[in-house]
Design a binder for this molecule. Structure first.
Ligand SMILES: Nc1ncnc2c1ncn2[C@@H]1O[C@H](COP(=O)(O)OP(=O)(O)O)[C@@H](O)[C@H]1O
Ligand SMILES: [Mg+2]
Length: 249
């Protein structure tokens, strides 16, 4: 992770809610691959099956912001707050400190309580993000969030509305998304990749001899000329690291 970055001011949004500049993801190797990170104000979906490091990616992205002195919001539909904290601690990321300083907010949404959760997302979330002053937001996972909606029409409408609201906050966002079982290149709802400004794919590359390698690919990134090459990455006790100089097997 880099120590310095020109942190985008959350209040500096243009009419479209897009800020000037770029935001480092904090994923070593990926920022270099992209050049200067991702365009500020983008919604980036990290797409992959379980165990590919999506939650880690989201946490690492927020940590980079916190290191920069930015504020962050983590919205979890999967893990409880304590589990998120413990998870981050295993990478040496001390979230408790930032929680105490109110630089970080972790919100646990209960998927079982769909009605209340959906209402809360619509009515409270954008305001909450604005009030928190967060310039980075992560939703883990958008697939679980989408499952709260009754049908495809509602899902589409609500997801578009949510993205619009998030854009209006000016924050740069990371959504994690599960892939379809039958098509590991498409999200479970087949929707989120369309509404996102950027899509980063994480997957397992399996050799015939059973060897497995984790590989990453920037699939989409609006307003950025980016490589489409597939690169290996690893998850270590420091988080994700992309090996841009290595070839996949
Ligand atoms: N502290 C750690 N050090 C090294 N690798 C870890 C650590 N914590 C988790 N991992 C690896 O990351 C994987 C899960 O990452 P996670 O971000 O939870 O994936 P996802 O959200 O895509 O399911 C684990 O299966 C493990 O291989
Ligand atoms: Mg996860």
């Amino acid at each position: 992770m880099a120590d310095t970055e020109a942190a985008p001011e959350p209040t500096d949004a243009t009419d479209e809610g897009i800020q000037e500049g770029f935001v480092l993801t904090g994923i070593d190797g990926l920022d270099e691959m992209l050049g200067r990170g991702v365009p500020a104000g983008h919604i980036i979906t990290v797409l992959g099956s379980f165990g590919t490091g999506k939650t880690t990616f989201a946490l690492q992205f927020l940590m980079q912001g916190l290191i920069n002195g930015e504020k962050a919001v983590f919205i979890s539909l999967e893990e409880d707050v304590d589990s998120v904290i413990a998870n981050a601690a295993s990478f040496g990321w001390d979230l408790k400190r930032y929680l105490k300083e109110k630089k970080l907010h972790i919100v646990k949404l209960e998927p079982v309580d769909a009605k209340t959760t959906v209402t809360r997302i619509r009515s409270e979330l954008p305001d909450f993000i604005k009030r928190s002053g967060a310039s980075r937001v992560a939703i883990d996972s958008i697939s679980l969030l989408n499952m709260l909606f009754a049908n495809d029409t509602e899902r589409r409408e609500k997801l578009f509305a949510l993205c619009k609201q998030l854009k209006s906050t000016g924050a740069t966002c990371v959504f994690t998304a599960e892939v379809k079982d039958e098509n590991p290149r498409s999200s479970r709802d087949g929707l989120v990749e369309y509404v996102s400004d950027g899509v980063i794919g994480l997957r397992f590359n399996e050799r015939e001899n059973g060897e497995v390698q984790l590989v990453i690919q920037v699939i989409k990134m609006r307003r950025l000329k980016h490589p489409r090459s597939v690169k290996p990455y690893s998850i270590t006790d420091q988080g994700l690291e992309v090996h841009g100089d290595m070839e996949v097997f």
